[in-house]
Design a protein around this ligand. Structure first.
Ligand code: SAT
Ligand code: MN
Length: 585
């Protein structure tokens, strides 16, 4: 008799009408066959799905050009379909589940005609972790099939694990006809189901990532008492060899991948990468906070990545030990057949094709060869500084939680909150300038609490309450810190050098958790004095550092007022504790 999984696949195939159905086993041999289909048979916008790059300098690497309208997450077409609108909250688009399904059924009828339906069985999390989830995604494009092999633990073992159970996370994905008018990413949290049509782009199409591991998982976390967060996880090793683990949340395209594998400028320090995008966190039996990275790959922004900004990422990309590595919407150095992007090492090549495959003239002002949201997809196992705890099913114990955003003004380089409740309040009022990771105006300030505004799968008022509750479950909750690398001077130049120098700030943070570093009290929290930060060998004038650590109470009053308007949107779902903090200002 057919299992629930087999029945579900049959049912979806009945709707989508693919030419064939192919169950993936996750082997390298199979990945080669799927890539081959993308090189020859499958097309996007009239072009092959993949272009093979230089075999000797970029082994096992392929360029993928997406449809020009399909280059980033589309938040306005993303819905969270709880049975009622209040549960979705003002932070999500909502449609009643039945109406959403009718709409998507119409759009999905016959959408895979003439195509292969790939069945992708995968785990989010190490299979031995109690938090791991067995999932199955259907897709009709080789790009998504091989991306999922990099980003998740994909293999036929997952089909055995699911067996006759109904308990698996479902994802239906089709590129459809890539018409933006017929593009939707819909979530059905109570059914562990994501339905996505009309886009082949990362966060819209790799359904294990933002759709499941954040939107749906955050809802599971609320019901089961844990947290699914948009956070990197890193170990910071000090010169004595002690490793302190921290998590850090930053909005998309604000430097998470760079921070996750930073090469410290202070001798004796080392960073170990556990994750660069998503953390699932639970309170362990020891009363501490523990974090796992449910993913196995890195889906990072290419422009700006170089030996100077992120040497470990450059090494990861060239490792070629896990098949394959993908580039999406980067430019192409046509003479060398290598991927190229603004900020890559070396001189600008002579013959560049832009992200749409058109000849590019670098003298043409404001024209970018690589799309600003162009990405690489590479296995974390190729990263030279991957943590030895990466595969530990228990995860790592967290000593500090860091929140950050992209702010030209106001937010100091770093500060610490007064305690858990104040930290949750400060994270709830966070704002950040928007980036090219989603389709909307770029550089506008928006409230992005915990860097989760596009990813929280339920009413954010309840989410803040959940954060407060998690704090109450811990004997000695981790300190909550805030960072901002993006302050600019009057000429519009970044004041802080960032990248490897960020270790100085991480050092202050871990020393605060060990009560070994000083700070001064300000209305917004505890801010280091310039002398509290290790500045040996740092090339930033003293007055600039003062400026970076300044707190201007008048400007903060305006910030808090704006945050208050945002809080009001959540009505009676907004926890009283946060209003209490608000009124202390
Ligand atoms: O497109 S993704 O959502 O996967 C990346 C991001 O925007 O953070
Ligand atoms: Mn992200």
């Amino acid at each position: 008799m057919a299992t629930p999984l087999e029945r579900w696949v049959e049912e979806q195939a009945g709707l989508a009408e693919p030419e064939s159905i192919y169950w993936c086993d996750g082997t390298e041999e199979e990945a080669r066959k799927i890539v081959e289909a993308g090189l020859t048979k499958e097309k996007i916008n009239g072009h092959s799905v993949f272009h093979e790059l230089n075999r000797s300098s970029f082994p096992g690497s392929y360029l993928h050009r997406s449809h020009p309208t399909d280059v980033a997450r589309t938040e306005h077409l993303t819905y969270v379909c709880h049975p009622d609108k209040v549960t979705a909250g003002p932070n999500n688009n909502w449609m009643p589940p039945l109406e959403a399904k009718e709409k998507l059924s119409r759009l999905s009828k016959g959408c895979m005609r003439g195509r292969t339906m790939y069945v992708l069985p995968y785990m989010m999390g190490h299979p031995d972790s109690p938090y791991a989830k067995a999932c199955v995604q259907l897709t009709d494009i080789s790009y998504v099939a091989v991306s999922m092999r990099i980003m998740t633990r994909l293999g036929k073992g997952v089909v055995r694990k699911i067996g006759g159970s109904e308990n698996f996370v479902r994802g239906f994905h089709s590129v459809g006809d890539l018409d933006p008018e017929k593009r939707f990413i819909m979530h059905f949290p109570d059914e562990n189901f994501v339905w996505s049509i009309g886009s082949g782009y990362g966060g819209n199409a790799l359904l294990g990532k933002k759709c499941f591991s954040l939107r749906i998982a955050s809802w599971l976390g609320l019901k089961e008492g844990w947290l699914a967060e948009h956070m990197i996880i890193i170990g910071i090793e000090d010169p004595e060899g002690r490793i302190t683990y921290v998590v850090a949340a930053l909005p998309s395209a604000c430097g998470k991948t760079n921070l996750a594998m930073l090469q410290p400028s202070i001798p004796g320090y080392k960073i170990w990468t556990v994750g660069d995008d998503i953390a699932w966190m639970n309170v362990g039996p020891d009363g501490r906070l523990w974090a796992i990275n449910p993913e196995t790959g890195l889906f990072g922004v290419a422009p700006g990545t170089s030996l100077k900004t992120n040497p470990n990422m450059v090494r990861t990309l060239k490792a070629g030990t896990f098949y394959p590595t993908l580039y999406t919407n980067t430019a192409l150095d046509a003479d060398r057949n290598e991927p190229w992007w603004e900020g890559r090492d070396g001189p600008v090549p002579e013959n560049v094709l832009d992200w749409q495959g058109r000849r590019w003239d670098h003298l043409q002002q404001d024209s970018k060869a690589a799309h600003p949201n162009s990405r690489f997809t590479a296995a974390i196992s190729q990263c030279p500084v991957v943590s030895r705890e990466f595969n530990n099913p228990k995860g790592v114990p967290i000593s500090a939680i860091i929140f950050g955003g992209r702010r030209t003004e106001l937010i100091p380089l770093v500060y610490e909150s007064f305690g858990w409740q104040h930290g949750v309040f400060s994270a709830a009022r966070m704002g950040s300038e928007t980036t090219a990771a989603a389709i909307h105006s770029i550089g506008a300030l928006r409230r992005d609490p915990m860097a989760m505004i596009p990813f929280c799968g339920y009413n954010m008022g309840d989410y803040f309450g959940h954060w407060l509750d998690i704090g109450k479950k811990m004997k000695d909750p981790p300190g909550i810190f805030f960072i901002n690398w993006f302050r600019r001077d009057e000429d519009g130049k970044f004041i802080w050098p960032g990248f490897g120098e960020n270790i100085r700030i991480l050092k202050w943070i871990i020393n605060r958790t060990n009560r070994k570093a000083g700070a001064r009290e300000t209305p917004i929290g505890l801010v280091p004095r310039p002398g509290d930060i290790d500045t040996r060998g740092l090339d930033v004038p003293a007055e600039k550092l003062e400026e970076l650590l300044e707190v201007n109470p008048g400007e903060w009053d305006r910030e808090t007022e704006d945050a208050g308007k945002f809080f009001e949107k959540f009505g009676d779902r907004m926890p009283a504790e946060l209003w209490e903090e608000f009124n202390k200002k």
